[in-house]
Design a protein. Structure first.
Length: 173
């Protein structure tokens, strides 16, 4: 489990290490990966994008692409330092207005055992063309739960953090 202390340390390190123009950064941590999503300036309304949602979306995607290329070397250097310090892969992303994209993030394999009723659900999704494989179907299900149960999951994570903090204050073995 990721403790609140680790979360604060990693977030603090990135806040101090990232250039001022890359702030604020949204830092997410799990056992394998640290994902840093940078917020950069939105595109300005110009005659080319004014009134057209499609043009605005493409302008934002273009700004994200340019930022990715322009900052590649600096991001790689920061990632190497963080990976050495925290023993996790560092992945990057960017938010430009309503546009958000992640670059080269980890797709970690997860082993699970499912009984026939659960496998049948996955097979139905595959047979219907919703997913290409059972693995894709399972990932689709997890994304759906995350979207619809986000508040509940956030409350659960907060409760787990509180339990971890209490345990840390207890007697050591």
């Amino acid at each position: 489990m990721i403790t609140e202390e680790l979360r604060e340390r990693v977030t603090g390190w990135f806040a101090g290490r990232l250039p001022a123009g890359w702030q604020p950064a949204d830092v997410t941590i799990d056992r394998e990966e640290i994902t840093v999503v940078l917020t950069i300036d939105d595109v300005e309304a110009t005659a080319a994008v004014e009134g057209s949602e499609a043009a605005l979306a493409e302008a934002r995607a273009g700004r994200a692409s340019a930022f990715r290329e322009e900052t590649r070397e600096q991001r790689m250097e920061i990632a190497r330092e963080a990976q050495h310090r925290y023993e996790r892969t560092v992945s990057w992303g960017v938010r430009v207005g309503e546009h958000r994209e992640l670059w080269t993030h980890v797709a970690a394999p997860v082993m699970t055992r499912l009984r026939q009723p659960q496998r049948l659900v996955l097979d139905t999704l595959v047979d219907a063309g919703v997913a290409r494989s059972r693995a894709d179907a399972l990932a689709w299900c997890v994304r759906l739960v995350g979207q619809h149960e986000g508040d509940w999951l956030a409350e659960l994570r907060e409760a787990m953090t509180t339990v971890a903090d209490v345990r840390a204050k207890g007697p050591s073995a």
